[in-house]
Design a protein around this ligand. Structure first.
Ligand SMILES: CC(C)(COP(=O)(O)OP(=O)(O)OC[C@H]1O[C@@H](n2cnc3c(N)ncnc32)[C@H](O)[C@@H]1OP(=O)(O)O)[C@@H](O)C(=O)NCCC(=O)NCCS
Length: 203
């Protein structure tokens, strides 16, 4: 049985999710976007309306295809009673004992290893690696090629930048942005932006 799916947002990230929906054999009804007119052609479908029109589709499942963690959270809170879709690309590798929260997406070639837990409305982007026993909070984005070694905890609303590396047994609190290519070797207990090798707090 397939799902009827609506993607919130009509930008680059939404396109990648649309591709996953189709490759999963589900039915993409279209996109909701507050900045594009209903009926606008987008990618391989159409904008159906703005975010508020989600109520017109009680049987659909929704996924928020927007890269900003803050915006995904705002929209998730607004979509009261909606049923969320979890998008998992067929080439993603999901280990035994893994749980993935509603509304999250796991892109092509991502690996989530045994007993890892991923929260709701997360993005595990292309070829990211979330190793065994990781605990990833809600609304967190693991960018393409980022690599989290075993038993890493990442809080809510974090962004681990493209190609960043996090050593095993590290905790990163909520509200942290790890810059592109950074290497995290010590736990982070204060929200903020951290860059470099080893990663240090920026301004
Ligand atoms: C860290 C980051 C958020 C900083 O962005 P910003 O606030 O716009 O900062 P700027 O580009 O103005 O750079 C400020 C300084 O930090 C340095 N810097 C920026 N990003 C850096 C990084 N990842 N590692 C090391 N230094 C970095 C810049 O060289 C610059 O140094 P300078 O003042 O000596 O010239 C951003 O560069 C970054 O890495 N974002 C992650 C992007 C990503 O992963 N995208 C994936 C989307 S799927």
């Amino acid at each position: 049985m397939y799902n009827n799916v609506i993607i919130i947002g009509a930008g680059g990230h939404a396109k990648v999710i649309a591709d996953i929906v189709r490759k999963s054999g589900d039915n993409l009804l279209g996109f909701l976007d507050d900045k594009k007119e209903a009926g606008t052609a987008f990618f391989d479908g159409f904008v159906l309306g703005n975010t508020d029109s989600y109520r017109e589709y009680p049987d659909a499942r929704f996924i928020i295809g927007i890269g900003s963690n803050e915006v995904r959270k705002e929209i998730a809170q607004k979509l009261k009673g909606a049923s969320f879709y979890t998008a998992i690309h067929p080439t993603a590798v999901i280990g035994e004992g893994v749980t993935i929260g509603e509304g999250s997406c796991v892109m092509a070639k991502a690996v989530i290893n045994a007993d890892a837990t991923v929260g709701a409305h997360c993005i595990l982007n292309t070829a990211s690696v979330v190793e065994h026993d990781n605990l990833i909070g809600d609304f967190t984005h693991i960018s393409p090629g980022a690599c989290l070694a075993g038993t890493v905890n990442v809080g809510d609303g974090c962004h681990i930048g493209i190609g960043a590396t996090v050593k095993n047994n590290i905790s990163i609190c909520s509200g942290v942005l790890i810059g592109a290519g950074a290497v995290v070797v010590k736990s982070i207990i204060e929200p903020g932006t951290y860059v470099g090798v080893p990663a240090r707090k920026g301004n």
